[in-house]
Design a binder for this molecule. Structure first.
Ligand code: ATP
Length: 211
């Protein structure tokens, strides 16, 4: 269970988040919705440890928890970001193998086997040997999810996972997130797409812009 209590954040002396409190229970999917500029991405960047917060407290499983970039690498909290952050000069398979191999979580053989399984699970077996610059937006999205899953996160966070996708692909992302929910994955999804939010989550947190 992840709990945020009164999280506040200023950027350039402007208040972006003020006293945000929310809880995500194990196995739940929480959608964070709100208008453009409300601070959704900022909140997700705080949860994934990419930026710090000024005030408040975060607890993971009822213990104080300070998100950091290390948590992304150690499989505590995984992130799927809007720009995918794939390595274009590596193949799809290599992109998914890389982090568990570099962090020592798995041997090279184990990482390869796991990556092959994840790519099959996500319908990307045909793309395994392609460079990621050769893939479509929807395929890159799924590689990015496979890569995050390869680090066995407790919680997986997504920033606008449908923003670059047409309606059919949006439905396939919903299906994928629902499948992951069935495996017990805890998920936090930033989106401004309310139809998508309704498809995937029972719980929605509305972030209102500050004036
Ligand atoms: N690094 C930064 N420097 C300056 N301002 C920033 C920075 N990051 C975010 N902001 C500001 O914080 C506010 C919230 O931005 P954020 O990207 O979190 O909103 P959002 O709700 O995700 O918006 P969108 O739906 O358009 O992506 C915006 O006004 C943005 O300009």
């Amino acid at each position: 269970m992840l709990t945020l209590t009164n999280i506040s954040k200023q950027i350039d002396q402007r208040q972006i988040l003020k006293a945000v409190s929310l809880t995500v229970k194990d196995g739940e999917t929480l959608c964070i919705v709100g208008p453009s500029g409300a601070g959704k991405t900022t909140l997700l960047r705080i949860i994934t440890g990419l930026i710090d917060y000024d005030q408040g407290q975060i607890q993971l499983n009822q213990r104080e928890f300070r998100p950091s970039r290390d948590n992304l690498q150690q499989g505590v909290i995984g992130g799927v970001f809007q720009d995918f952050r794939l390595f274009p000069h590596l193949t799809t398979l290599e992109n998914v193998m890389l982090a568990p191999k570099l962090t020592g979580l798995l041997s090279a053989d184990e990482a390869r086997q796991q990556a092959t399984e994840l790519l099959t699970q996500l319908g990307l077996e045909q793309q395994a040997q392609q460079y990621t610059f050769q893939l479509s937006g929807g395929q890159k999205q799924r590689v990015s999810i496979a890569r995050a899953l390869a680090l066995k996160p407790q919680i997986l966070c997504y920033d606008e996972p449908t923003s670059a996708l047409d309606p059919n692909l949006r439905d396939s992302v919903s299906q994928l997130l629902l499948q992951l929910k069935q495996t017990g994955m805890t998920q936090i999804v930033v989106t401004h797409d309310l139809t998508f939010a309704e498809q995937i989550a029972a719980q929605t947190y509305h972030l209102a812009p500050l004036q």
